[in-house]
Design a protein around this ligand. Structure first.
Ligand code: PEP
Length: 258
């Protein structure tokens, strides 16, 4: 199995003071009880990034930092956008690409997702491609077809050298922020399907995460029965104890207990 990855997406929560406080709390716990078998990433709002990367570096906290979005463009007249090179300059290592909230609320089409993904990996940053179906698609019985189309649109033709920089997060839209978690069977079925499609696009051994109302109580079962390589966590990443409990579950599963 792949080394697990647990990512906390803070969305539009926590100003820079609150962000520093949370990352320091995470640092204290991680220093006392290091998680050797899991990669942990926090994804704050843009305006918090400089403060968070500074604290992570100066206090040598074993966390990496990501951004929630990036522009597909290099520079220029794109008011409100942030370029990949600006993120790089802040020592940001990860970028979420095509989160369902960006797709649904900010007109991020499959085409924009594909261009953004290319901009991120071209710069050598790690991209987390988010895919997942809405409830109507699941009820219509076509979630696999829907996710296949999203994967093809984003990944077809990605250069060979960029492929190791890609992680895929399966996030059924109906499970995000709703308290409804996909069952382990649904997660296993879709993540197996995603691995097959990714392999057909020459992405072998890509990490496949699950996201959608993950919490400390359901994480272990989703890992072992859902066979995911980790999680993209929203709500439960806003508190140090709940986020680290999820990371601990991933750590323990990898450490021979899965
Ligand atoms: C997310 O925002 O990617 C997410 C999975 O949120 P939540 O964990 O709150 O459902």
């Amino acid at each position: 199995m792949n080394r697990p990855l647990v990512i906390g997406n803070w969305k539009m929560n926590l100003d820079y003071v609150e962000a520093v406080h949370l990352v320091q709390q995470l640092g204290v716990v991680l220093q006392n009880k290091p998680l050797e078998h899991v990669d942990v990433v926090v994804v704050p709002p843009f305006v918090d990034l400089r403060s968070v990367t500074s604290v992570v570096e100066s206090e040598r906290i074993s966390l990496e930092v990501g951004a929630q979005h990036a522009s597909a463009h290099d520079a220029g007249a794109h008011t409100g956008e942030v370029s990949v090179s600006m993120l790089q300059r802040l020592n940001v290592q990860w970028v979420l690409v095509g989160h369902s909230e960006r797709r649904a609320m900010y007109a991020m089409t499959d085409d924009v997702v594909a261009h953004t993904l290319r901009a991120v990996v071209r710069a050598g940053l790690q991209a987390v491609l988010c895919v997942g179906e809405e409830l109507s698609v699941r009820e219509a019985g076509t979630p696999r077809e829907f996710v296949t189309a999203q994967l093809h649109a984003a990944l077809a033709g990605v250069e060979e050298k960029s492929r190791p920089l890609i992680t895929i997060a399966y996030e059924p839209v109906w499970a995000i922020g709703t308290g409804l978690t996909a069952s382990s069977e649904q997660v296993r079925d879709m993540t197996e399907h995603i691995r097959t499609v990714a392999a057909s696009l020459s992405l072998e051994n890509t990490r496949v995460l699950y996201g959608g109302s993950v919490n400390a109580d359901n994480a272990a079962a989703l890992l072992s029965e859902g066979r995911v390589d980790g999680f993209l966590v929203g709500g439960a990443s806003l508190k140090a104890d709940s986020f680290l409990a999820i990371a601990q579950a991933a750590n323990d599963c990898y450490d021979g207990k899965r």
